[in-house]
Design a protein. Structure first.
Length: 137
């Protein structure tokens, strides 16, 4: 089983626990990230390793488009469910890997990630490849 398969299996098994875990859902770290990123209303945001779309709830209402990418389809199903419940019709969620993002160069304004870098075998490479560069939101 490769790294991506291990991560997918681990997080598929714990979707519900992850969505309700206090350390994952604490408002203060998300608010700090939002303040640091300072998204504008005309920007498109890419969340790498988005999990159940927790940053979509924080950033989504404040931006023009939101794309969440994760390797775990079960997490993305939960993200879509949460986004629909929150009325985030401009948020999309797709299966993807940080090393091979499904976006084109120059199309994203802001790239964020939270609670995902330690699951990547090459976090430095993922960061350099994720510099604001694109999606067709």
């Amino acid at each position: 089983m490769d790294e991506q398969e291990r991560v997918r299996a681990q997080f598929t098994a714990q979707v519900e626990r992850f969505v309700t875990a206090p350390h994952v859902n604490a408002a203060e770290p998300v608010e700090r990230l939002g303040a640091l990123a300072a998204p504008r209303a005309d920007e498109r945001v890419l969340d790498v390793g988005c999990g159940p779309g927790l940053l979509a709830r924080a950033f989504g209402p404040r931006v023009a488009g939101f794309l969440g990418v994760d390797v775990t389809p079960a997490m993305l199903m939960k993200a879509r469910e949460i986004a629909a419940r929150e009325g985030l019709s401009h948020a999309r969620f797709v299966v993807g890997h940080a090393g091979r993002l499904p976006v084109g160069t120059g199309r994203m304004d802001l790239v964020v990630t939270r609670l995902a870098l330690h699951h990547m075998s090459d976090p430095d490479g993922a960061i350099s490849r994720s510099a604001p560069s694109g999606s067709d939101l």
